[in-house]
Design a protein around this ligand. Structure first.
Ligand SMILES: Nc1c(C(=O)O)ncn1[C@@H]1O[C@H](COP(=O)(O)O)[C@@H](O)[C@H]1O
Length: 166
């Protein structure tokens, strides 16, 4: 059973959203990806949001660009946590998407990540799932340790190259 649903307003968002898939694969979390638009496919959006919990999803990652109403609309219908990914479009550097997603009215939150922050959306989804999954908890610990090691290695490399000594 898939635990995470990744939805996006258009197939043109997929170039960014495949990064969320990569992270979920790394943590061996089953997911389903689909194109759902509040504007272009309102009935499909309603059906998806209404049935997501019944289908066994625990978290929804919803991405959209421009007038990005999809994450907020899904959050208004479903009781599952919704993580919003603002997609950078051709205009306004994605600020329009960010503000559309982040400025939700009280009571209907969307956990908004950075513009094009698909990978972080998947890490956050993993952390939510890890609350009730000890194996995932360990994987998150390892992941963070790896991030630390990566920075240590970068730092060593920089010191070797620049003979810097902090
Ligand atoms: N913001 C939304 C919604 C929605 O919020 O329902 N549906 C599509 N879109 C966005 O329109 C942008 C352009 O879409 P096209 O590339 O298909 O023209 C995409 O970033 C999509 O997420």
């Amino acid at each position: 059973m898939s635990r995470v649903a990744i939805i996006m307003g258009s197939i043109s968002d997929y170039e960014v959203m495949r990064n969320a898939e990569e992270v979920l694969k790394r943590f061996q979390i089953d997911f389903e990806t689909d194109v759902v638009s509040a504007h272009r496919t309102p009935q499909k959006m309603f059906q998806f949001a209404k049935s997501a919990e019944e289908k066994g999803f625990k978290v929804i990652i919803a991405a959209a660009g421009g007038a990005a109403h999809l994450p907020g609309m899904v959050a208004s219908i479903s009781n599952l946590p919704v993580i919003g990914v603002p997609i950078k479009g051709k205009t306004m550097d994605g600020l329009d998407s960010l503000l559309s997603i982040v400025q939700m009215p009280k009571g209907i939150p969307v956990a908004t990540v950075a513009i094009n922050g698909a990978a972080n959306a998947a890490v956050l989804a993993t952390q939510i799932l890890a609350l009730s999954d000890d194996e995932l908890k360990e994987k998150i610990k390892d992941y963070k340790m790896q991030l630390e090691k990566d920075v240590d290695n970068m730092s060593k490399k920089l010191k070797e190259e620049s003979h810097a000594n902090i």
